[in-house]
Design a protein around this ligand. Structure first.
Ligand code: PHE
Length: 339
């Protein structure tokens, strides 16, 4: 009897089925009431008492083995993982979806590309700075409110270690190290102690520009910014400069571009003025040149600084600045660019 069980075990170990029906036939052959395994149970009563224990265990084991094996064959067809059946080797593979560049990187790269055509090179400076590079060398008065803890993130006091509040600190670093001609832009992250809202964030991005040489004039500044604005927003774009104040430029101005959404006619984005404020700029204050080791009697220069978020918002019609920092792929996927 044990030999028969063993050979039946070997037989079942080798069974295969090409489809569901064949698997069902195997079930009937081995496991139905009249099947080969069930028959062993019928014969069990004739087994001598002293063998009953061993034979009983062997039959049970065989039944479990056969049930598992045949169920396995059936399941393979149900879930479709039957090997060759249903497999089409000519189907194209799953495509790999490419990521997209962050909209702030796209805009930053575009700004860099435009200025590089005018001969500006790119430099970078540290985000963790000291009072000298962020404020003092830029002509900020000792009691200037920008130095306040309400505006600036301090890491340490006395001596001050702080997060830069603007990329103008890189102007100082470059002028301290290089004699004119200097023509460079400085992209980077800046930090201000501001409550986060749809139009403000405690971290944002700027691109600063600096041009120092003999005979650099306000007209050069204006022409550079007009070229830049038309490249970025379209050839019909006009610019306007409004008097302003920065401690490190004199004279200083805010630059507006004609609204690229309504073409200057007035809309919600430009608050019906036809103009959008884009950047601060001005002639480098002679004090700043001298503090950085550049002879202000021989050289003049201009500087400008713009926020990348603001330009990206205008360019892409984004109404909430926080979207740039949340990294929601549904937002980011919408920006495909070669830049
Ligand atoms: N640093 C100024 C700001 O953050 C911008 C600016 C840069 C103004 C260079 C003039 C010249 O607002």
């Amino acid at each position: 009897m044990l030999d028969r069980i063993k050979s039946l075990h070997d037989e079942i170990a080798c069974i295969t089925a090409a489809n569901k029906d064949e698997a069902e036939e195997l079930r009937i052959k081995y496991l139905s009431k009249k099947g080969l395994v069930s028959k062993l149970f019928d014969e069990f009563k004739n087994v001598p008492v002293e063998q009953k224990k061993a034979v009983g265990a062997a039959i049970n084991e065989l039944k479990n083995f056969a049930t598992e094996k045949i169920n396995g064959l059936k399941e393979a067809f149900q879930s479709g993982h039957s090997g060759a059946e249903g497999l089409d080797l000519t189907l194209p593979g799953d495509s790999i979806s490419l990521g997209s560049r962050h909209p702030l990187s796209i805009v930053r790269n575009e700004i860099i590309r435009i200025f590089s055509r005018l001969g500006f090179v790119v430099s970078e400076g540290p985000e963790i700075e000291d009072d000298w590079h962020v404020f003092s060398a830029l002509n900020f008065a000792p009691e200037h409110p920008a130095r306040d803890m309400q505006d600036t993130f301090f890491i340490e006091k006395d001596p001050d270690v702080l997060l830069r509040t603007h990329t103008s600190s890189v102007q100082v670093r470059v002028m301290e190290k290089t004699q004119p001609p200097i023509r460079a832009i400085f992209p980077g992250r800046v930090f201000r102690n501001e409550a986060i809202s749809y139009r403000a964030h405690c971290i944002f991005h700027q691109v600063e520009g600096l041009y120092v040489d003999e005979n650099v004039s306000f007209a050069d500044l204006k022409q550079t910014l007009l070229f830049f604005s038309r490249e970025l927003f379209g050839e019909k774009t006009e610019i306007r400069l409004r008097p302003s104040y920065f401690p490190f430029t004199e004279p200083s101005a805010e630059m507006d571009v004609s609204c690229s959404i309504c073409g200057g006619k007035g809309c919600n984005v430009c608050k019906h003025t036809g103009w959008l404020e884009i950047m601060g700029c001005g002639m480098v204050d002679p004090n700043v040149l001298d503090l950085c080791g550049i002879d202000s009697k021989k050289y003049t220069g201009f500087a400008f600084g713009m926020g990348i978020e603001r330009i990206a918002m205008l360019k892409y019609g984004v109404k909430d600045l926080r979207l740039f920092f949340e990294n929601d792929v549904r937002f980011l996927n919408q920006f495909q660019s070669a830049l």
